[in-house]
Design a protein around this ligand. Sequence first.
Ligand code: AMP
Ligand code: MG
Length: 491
Amino acid sequence: MQSERFFLNPNLKLENTYMTLPSHLFSKLLPISVPTPKLILFNHTLAHEIGFPTNSFNENDFLSFLSGNKVLEDTMPIAQAYAGHQFGYFTMLGDGRAILLGEYITSNGERLDIQLKGSGRTPYSRRGDGKAALGPMLREYIISEGMHALGIPTTRSLAVVTTGEKVLREQPLEGAILTRLAKSHIRVGTFQYVAKWGSLEDLKALADYTLKRHFNCSSKEENPYLYLLHEVIKRQAQLIAKWQLVGFIHGVMNTDNMLISGETIDYGPCAFMDTYSLKTVFSSIDTEGRYAYGNQPLMAKWDLARFAETLLPLLHSNQEEAVSIAQKAVSNFSALYQHYWYNGMCAKLGLQHQDIEDKELIHTLLNLMETYEADYTNTFYHLTINQVSGTKLFDSKEFKDWYQKWQSRLKQEGTSPDSIQNLMKQNNPVVIPRNYRVEEALEAAITHHDYDVLIALLKVITNPYNYDKIDKSYMEMPDSNGCMYRTFCGT
Ligand code: AMP
Ligand code: MG
């Protein structure tokens, strides 16, 4: 290690409590040096939110920090080991192109991982080059910030720098590094790794660490590990319900891409649905539709079952008992998910309370949307502003019947039209990061180094519930059939 790889910034302290875990859970290493780093995007809003000491850096050190050319003195970056089921098949993975610089304590006392993605090979790179191309890193920046603005728990994006190097994919592409922030990077796959290759003590250490870092487990809990399982299931039920409610399709819900903290991670082949259909798939590699829109709750449950399996030895000393406890916990997922989803759907329709017949009301609307190939986001937007004519759906007899039922149901609530509309405005975004808009922004950025389109898009999608100031061009559906759109893995 050369001394010029380190710098001092008394205003920035990074901790690394993850290194208190058994040493085979991570590998210490420095990011690789890159020739000519250039700052492309910096998230000033986020930096401000977390009290990141941007101003206390000199320009060179800042760029060196964000590109991995220099690391903070007294910190030790690491790559984390993890395993995972990818499309159903178990395999060893780990941070193959990401390095955790350390944990930053925000001005609110929250602990956040600061990770560089695309920062060179690690012991877990397998055949990969450890690098990332500019397009996928910008894509992650856009979508993660869009998700955050929609109110969905997610990792955040602090910065994107280009490296001055080409990365070789099907063709040479501009190399880039994303600075990602997360409550932690502990995944279902991290537990799978320890359960498979670690000792019972290692598993206990990871579970205890996770409980301490993310969950407020009272000492009165009879079995803290069962509490952990219940809480992780609950957070995932909440998260997936939020995805479904805005039409977000992750694309690769492998167990290594499920964070224990309940944040969304890894924006590879993800996209937002235009026309409503449960079968919507965007990912080019998801040929069987395993991770299709309508399958996401089921796949989350599948992933959670894998998580529960890792905890078995901590749930009960008798294996049969442990399996029965785990099964019971995982089976709760469906009811929890339904609960959060119906609550969310009722809010989208302006209903503050739930009635037994609301389920039918909701499903009838969704079925009509599917039949008449209605745009998911725009349908709810038009219901919100009560402008319901001029589309195949709105002009259909079935919709008009539905509308009457909805209106009488709203009357039954006894709330004022204003409060109904306010509730709807808070739950029905005006804009989502539509695929063709994202692609257009990436195209301008990558081909022409024109970032104006991307900046304009970011401005709109980071304020998605603003009904007062609407740029209608961002609400338009794609020209051709948006369902034909394909996204590719971000490697
Ligand atoms: P992802 O599809 O980004 O969730 O990555 C799945 C696995 O592949 C993780 O272990 C990554 O670290 C690894 N990986 C993805 N891209 C690369 C790359 N370019 N070089 C090395 N490892 C990679
Ligand atoms: Mg991943």
